[in-house]
Ligand binder design. Structure first.
Ligand SMILES: Nc1nc2c(c(=O)[nH]1)N[C@H]1C(S)=C(S)[C@@H](COP(=O)(O)OP(=O)(O)OC[C@H]3O[C@@H](n4cnc5c(=O)[nH]c(N)nc54)[C@H](O)[C@@H]3O)O[C@H]1N2
Ligand SMILES: Nc1nc2c(c(=O)[nH]1)N[C@H]1C(S)=C(S)[C@@H](COP(=O)(O)OP(=O)(O)OC[C@H]3O[C@@H](n4cnc5c(=O)[nH]c(N)nc54)[C@H](O)[C@@H]3O)O[C@H]1N2
Ligand code: SF4
Ligand code: SF4
Ligand SMILES: [Mo]
Length: 869
């Protein structure tokens, strides 16, 4: 709509403040922040609209409105306002900058300011003498993160910001840093902000977080060539929010243990070597072992790097033996959803969380594993959305849930069939959707009727009444949206469990429109992209099937090489091939299989059998320690490229600092390796590699770096959808009709316990990330110094264990040791152990059971014994 700002015509929506800022008018504003609804608290943005003085942030634009931003009256008002603030607080930061002209010295009587300081937290710092009581921190903590750490106490001039009487480190804070980012005075600050030297120029680089698959956009502040501070950037993904890893776990970049030079094993010892020597040794080593070579690519690395890895192995070395950590993670989501719907990726977008009237969270601990998404789910629930949580543990979200279904680990199939049975019995299916868009319903309806909630209760441990209540809530919702995690996939029946989630969505017609769908919360920052690029043995870039002759011909034309005919191996099959002596050379890009693959003892044995193990890493990981050659790569802050998040959004990664020593960007190393292997590539920048990806992958046909620049694009990005695709399967399913699947329950071997055994689940905690190679080398260790074993009080009592005790966890595969945390998060008979510290040995305990369809390890169920040590 059109209005006048200082006499100039402006076309704007939203608030008068938005219109003024769009016009470039100089309107001070302290408490108006994107990501938070306008509140009009600080009054610094007063302007005149049609002659009336109003707060611009809370006044909506109206057609033809006349806005005046500068007048003697407004100047006097602003001067007075900042003078008043200065009488209450030591103006610093943004507030000082804005108030500079007006306020010093203040004509008002200086009130006794709040002198409270607190430096107890590893990241956050408090000096409340600078607090101007704008409440932004309170609102960020309540309305964005949902942690409710702060309150304003007292009234009028006596009001104070409070976080309770104790030390800040003992509050419920989850260190997201939202409050520090919005604080306009520095009353709430953090170590990073204090490290910033105000005298030295800074550079800002926008890039994508390299921890989880949410894909938050970061605003990185660089000073003297070093990352000093990270803030949340404006983006539909994270709306300026971040978590404790994305914001604070960046010290690893300058850690002394970073790899800075190639290493070659000589006389048993990894010894520094030149790039030339290392590259030719590796290239020759793989060429000599053609037919016996395999690659594991990295979901931590960029799309361009993943593309090169599989191209090198397929076109250069003639093998489809390429896999990545999706195998041990969401490969079952991809396989299951592909069978049901035709595309193995999230059907909807993160923005749909606010459009859903019910969220069904299955086997996902989102507030710890995808914290920015988790916070969004919490906010949706606080705004009235219903919540069903399906998880054996009482997670943070489970505590907020309308219904918490807590199954025995490994019984997902029974519970999901029982929910379907209850929906069918209730007759609340969407018959129109089923008739028009699906197939196999008749057989499925007959099959699933035997799984009554009452008949499954004894095995699953979930009361029939709760199953029926969840079924009714899901079926009655207008916009029921599912998100799921590894509690679904990392099981013997992982892919099948995911298909049952798809069944539920189809039963009630919850596919193909806003606020619904089946949405795997993809784990690693670029696991979606690694799979999109073709880092799996059976599918090429863009999920092209090499068995289709036209597809094969197209790739051969673009790559200029014949494609291998023999099928490739998944990661578990690669290990078996090592045992048989068929596989002798393995290239691993950024994956610490020794720490993160199951049955670690066996993994070590197998790696040690290899004639050539090459690991391209940023740290000497447990896996790199066993390599013949180690190549030093660059971290995400040190290179360009793209990552694809869990909602299929391809986003730019931009170099902020230089890699340490002689380390090179992984794509540069790969180009050198390809050239030395006789497969020279014409690329000089990731932009050019991406152009080839677009040429090969139909789903990215219309994607370019320029198009991704602003906020990325969700694939498919094609000529008919040049701005990307927010939701899949809107008209029909990728495979035509959605396929109902009949799945019977098959108990895992570990489901049957021997006397005295517990069911062990392994997984994550907020502060650390997977192998921990990066978060353990950051200040986050001060928040979480080690792994923990959650035990129910009953089991702890029975074994004489208290919180803090060291406990040995044993299975038939091996032992682990960790500190006990006695809590009711887990039910009796269930234990939970994290895997972020190598010394814990979590994966020495986990088993060799894998998903029936996708070979994903069953990390979520091992029969174990425990004892105090
Ligand atoms: N802080 C942090 N964030 C991370 C990571 C990290 O290491 N740390 N890693 C990233 C990666 S790679 C991934 S894949 C994601 C994973 O993120 P999530 O999917 O949240 O992973 P987990 O915590 O391993 O497991 C999720 C939940 O599954 C539940 N569960 C276990 N067994 C069962 C079962 O039989 N049925 C059901 N219904 N639930 C079950 C567990 O109790 C747990 O709460 O997180 C990503 N984000
Ligand atoms: N017990 C148990 N085990 C599990 C799981 C579980 O739930 N329980 N979850 C599984 C899951 S879902 C996953 S995804 C895997 C994850 O397993 P991994 O992929 O092994 O875990 P990460 O710690 O992410 O390790 C990646 C490695 O890449 C390196 N790296 C990071 N950035 C770069 C880069 O830019 N370049 C290069 N060259 N290297 C880089 C890091 O230093 C790190 O050593 O773990 C699995 N293991
Ligand atoms: S860091 Fe996050 S959780 Fe902690 S007080 Fe600030 S806003 Fe709240
Ligand atoms: S939620 Fe995930 S992507 Fe966002 S800052 Fe945290 S780790 Fe990074
Ligand atoms: Mo993962």
């Amino acid at each position: 709509m059109k209005l006048l700002v200082d006499g100039r015509e402006v076309e704007a929506e939203g608030s008068v403040l938005d219109a003024c800022l769009k016009e470039g008018a100089n309107v001070p504003h302290l408490c108006a922040r994107t990501g938070l609804p306008a509140a009009g608290h600080c009054r610094s943005c007063l302007v005149e609209v049609n002659g009336r003085t109003v707060a611009a942030c809370t006044t909506p634009v109206s057609p033809g409105a006349q806005v005046v931003t500068q007048s003697p009256k407004l100047s006097a008002y602003r001067a007075d306002l900042f003078a008043l603030m200065a009488s209450e607080a030591t103006l610093r930061g943004e507030a000082a900058t804005l108030g500079k002209a007006a306020t010093f010295p203040t004509p008002y009587v200086r009130l006794a300011s709040d002198e409270r300081r607190d430096e107890t937290h590893p990241h956050l710092r408090f000096d409340l003498s600078a607090c101007i009581k704008c409440r932004l921190c309170v609102r960020a903590c309540d309305e964005v993160q949902g942690q409710f750490v702060y309150a304003m106490t007292g009234r009028g001039v006596n009001s104070r910001l409070s976080f309770g009487p104790g030390a800040f480190v003992d509050t419920d804070c989850v260190s997201c840093g939202a409050c520090t980012q919005v604080c306009p005075t520095g009353a709430i600050s953090d170590r990073d902000r204090l490290r910033l030297d105000p005298e030295v120029p800074v550079e800002h680089v926008k890039t994508t977080c390299s921890y989880c698959g949410v894909g938050c956009q970061l605003d990185v502040t660089v000073q003297r060539g070093d990352v000093v501070q990270i803030d949340g950037a404006v983006s539909p993904v994270n709306r300026e929010h971040l978590c404790v890893k994305g914001r604070y776990a960046h010290a690893f970049t300058r850690h002394p243990e970073r790899l800075t030079t190639p290493l070659i094993r000589k006389n048993g010892v990894l010894t520094p070597a030149s790039w030339d020597e290392a590259i030719s040794l590796v290239a020759r080593g793989f060429l000599e072992r053609r037919g016996h070579a395999a690659a594991l690519s990295s979901s931590r690395c960029t799309n361009e790097e993943n593309y090169l890895v599989q191209k090198w192995f397929r076109a250069g070395l003639g093998t489809h033996n390429v896999d990545c950590c999706a195998r041990v993670c969401h490969a079952p989501s991809a396989a299951g959803m592909r069978r049901s719907f035709g595309t193995g990726a999230a059907t909807n977008a993160l923005e749909d969380i606010e459009k859903a009237d019910l969220l069904f969270v299955a086997g996902s601990n989102a507030t710890a594993s995808h914290p920015v998404t988790g916070a969004r789910i919490k906010q949706a629930v606080l705004q009235g959305a219903k919540l069903i949580v399906f998880d054996p543990r009482r997670t943070e979200l489970a505590r907020l849930a309308d219904v918490h279904l807590a199954p025995q680990p490994g019984t997902n199939v029974l519970v999901l069939n029982a929910i379907a049975c209850a929906i069918l019995e209730g007759g609340t299916v969407d018959a129109d959707f089923i008739g028009a868009r699906t197939e196999g319903f008749g057989e499925y309806a007959n099959f699933v009727r035997k799984f009554t909630p009452e008949s499954t209760e004894a095995i699953t441990g979930v009361p029939a009444a709760l199953v029926r209540r969840a079924a009714a809530l899901y079926a009655e919702a207008q916009t029921p949206m599912q998100v799921h995690g590894l509690g679904m996939t990392e099981h013997l029946q992982g892919s099948e469990g995911v298909m049952l989630l798809c069944n539920l969505a189809m039963l009630v017609g919850a596919i193909g429109r806003p606020g619904v769908g089946v949405n795997p919360l993809r784990g690693q920052n670029n696991v979606q992209g690694a799979a999109d690029m073709g880092c799996q043995p059976d599918l090429l870039t863009g999920y092209a099937d090499p068995a289709v002759p036209e597809v094969k011909a197209r790739f051969e034309r673009i790559w200029g090489r014949p494609l291998p005919l023999e099928a490739g191996k998944t990661l578990p099959k690669m290990y078996e091939a090592i045992d048989r002596g068929e596989l002798t050379a393995l290239y691993i890009l950024g994956e610490d299989v020794v720490q993160t693959d199951p049955d670690a003892e066996k993994v070590r044995e197998r790696l040690d059998k290899l004639e050539l193990l090459v690991v391209q890493e940023i740290f000497l990981s447990e896996t790199a320690k066993r390599a013949h050659v180690v190549l030093p790569g660059a971290s995400f802050l040190e290179k360009d490229g793209t990552f694809t998040n869990g909602e299929r959004r391809v986003q730019r990664v931009r170099r902020a600092i230089a890699p340490p020593g002689d380390a090179l960007a992984d794509w540069q190393i790969l180009l050198r390796l390809m050239e030395a292997s006789g497969l020279p590539q014409p690329f000089h920048h990731p932009r050019e590699i991406f152009a080839e990806v677009s040429a090969v992958a139909p789903s990215l046909a219309a994607a370019t770096y320029d198009g991704l620049e602003r906020q990325g694009l969700q694939w498919p990005v094609t000529a008919v959808a040049p701005h990307g695709t927010v939701r899949l399967h809107t008209e029909s399913f990728t495979r035509g009709r959605g396929a109902f699947q009949c799945v019977d329950f098959i108990p895992s071997p570990a489901f049957t316990l021997k006397p005295g055994q517990l069911r062990l689940i392994t997984g994550r905690r907020l502060e650390h990330y997977n192998s921990g190679s990066m978060t353990r080398r950051s200040e986050n260790v001060k928040l979480a110094p080690d792994d923990q074993l959650e035990l129910n009080p009953a089991d702890a009592r029975a074994h004489g264990i208290r919180t803090g005790d060291r406990v040995r966890v044993s299975s038939e595969f091996g032992h682990a040791e960790a500190r006990a945390e006695v809590s009711d998060v887990v039910a009796p008979g269930v234990a939970f152990l994290t895997f972020h510290f190598p010394e814990t040995g979590t994966n020495q305990v986990t088993s060799d059971v894998v998903d029936r369809l996708a070979d994903c390890p069953e990390y979520k169920l091992t029969a174990v014994e425990i004892r105090r040590v």
